[in-house]
Design a protein around this ligand. Structure first.
Ligand SMILES: *Cc1c(COP(=O)(O)O)cnc(C)c1O
Length: 367
């Protein structure tokens, strides 16, 4: 018996989406971003589905360690780097690349004399104002790192785009130019060929200027659009995840009857109500608005009332033959996660990342 709520993962779509990245950035190496448990799809499962990439990126040290322990051999970059000597020890032990973005990290490097070396990505803050050195600090940091025996040369450079999903925003080109100018000064005096990385998914799809030695696609690998106004499907991507459940009860309500917590939905007429076993306890968004589409037997019906922890309610007016046990899709191939995100005033990233433990993951090949 399958559990009520389950997510089906079409892992073959990962290869398809990777191929799309290659088409957008034919001259770049690809570092697949699989942080946050592979955007909710499973860290090791996604690493395996994408094993032909040139490298992986994760946010935290422990995510990188998990990949190494699972036998992943290639390059793994830790995007938040390390915050203490112990974390640096882990990076060294497991040979993970560190993103270097703070003076505290530089000081830790300077205190080390061991033989073992670490590969690094020196991060320039070009306007995101989150991690990275400012342009006026960058060259000095670069020269300090040159004196650290723990660092393996050549090092790499990176920056992160803040607004690449907005095609009208001039910020992106400004960031790219700032990055290129800062790097050019260093490169002209360097004996090494230094590799650079700028683009996330939005950068890969929309900003040719951001395509450098390495690209860092995340969300597009999962078949999801990084842009608020489009779906992955429109960009030629295939979604990996679909979220399913089933109807568990059907109820006839009269005009004036109230549905759910706080009675926030009041029936305007006689209503056939469907109760579905999915809620925010599974990762379905608590703030999905009334009218958010849900597929019952493959047909769209509107959400009514509040999303609760274990259940949602829908209006079955157009599905009079529906019965308990009938299949429900919350998002997937036929109902984009991008549309559901819009209905919940969020971005699709949060929906796939937010799938909880209770949701059984089924790989499509086993299905
Ligand atoms: C998460 C992340 C990415 C991937 O971003 P997407 O929008 O999912 O493609 C790339 N680079 C950095 C530094 C990130 O934190």
């Amino acid at each position: 018996m399958t559990p009520a709520a389950y997510a089906v993962l079409n892992l073959e779509a990962a290869q398809h989406n990777l191929q799309r990245v290659r088409e957008y950035a034919p001259a770049s190496k690809i570092m697949a971003v699989i942080k946050a448990n592979g955007y909710g799809h499973g860290l090791l499962r996604i690493a395996d589905a994408l094993k032909t990439v040139d490298g992986f990126a994760v946010a935290r040290v422990d995510e990188g360690v998990r990949l190494r322990r699972a036998g992943i051999k290639g390059r793994i970059a830790v995007l938040e780097g390390f915050t203490c000597a112990e974390e640096l020890d882990e990076l060294l032990l497991y040979q993970l690349d560190a993103v270097v973005h703070s003076f505290q990290q530089v000081e830790i490097f300077e205190s080390r004399v061991e033989q073992k070396q670490i590969a690094i990505w020196l991060k320039l803050d070009t306007g995101m104002n989150r991690l990275g050195f400012k342009t006026h600090e960058f060259e000095a940091v670069y020269h300090r790192l040159k004196h650290c025996p723990i660092i393996r040369w050549p090092i790499n450079f990176m920056t992160h785009l803040a607004s690449a999903d907005d095609l009208q925003d001039p910020t992106t080109l400004k960031q790219i130019h700032l990055f290129n100018n800062t790097i050019a000064t260093i490169e002209s005096n360097s004996e090494f060929k230094l590799e650079c990385s700028i683009a996330n998914s939005a950068g890969i799809i929309a900003w040719k200027e951001a395509l450098t030695d390495w690209v860092r696609p995340g969300v597009m690998l999962y078949g999801i659009s990084p842009f608020p106004e489009s779906t992955g499907k429109e960009l030629g991507l295939k979604p990996l995840m679909s979220l399913h459940s089933r109807l568990i009860a059907i109820k006839d309500l009269e005009k004036g009857d109230k549905v759910g917590y706080s009675g926030s939905w009041i029936c305007k007429k006689k209503t056939t109500l469907g109760v579905i076993a999915i809620g925010y306890g599974d990762g379905y968004p608590r703030y999905a608005k009334v009218g958010t589409p849900v597929l019952v037997n493959g047909q769209r019906v509107p959400l009514i009332g509040r999303v609760s922890m274990d259940m949602i309610t829908v209006d079955l007016e157009t599905q009079p033959q529906a019965k308990p046990g009938d299949p429900v899709t919350l998002w997937g191939e036929a109902l984009s996660v991008e549309e559901i995100a819009q209905c919940a005033d969020t971005i699709p990233y949060t929906l796939v990342c937010g799938i909880t433990q209770r949701v059984q993951i089924v790989e499509k090949s086993e299905f």
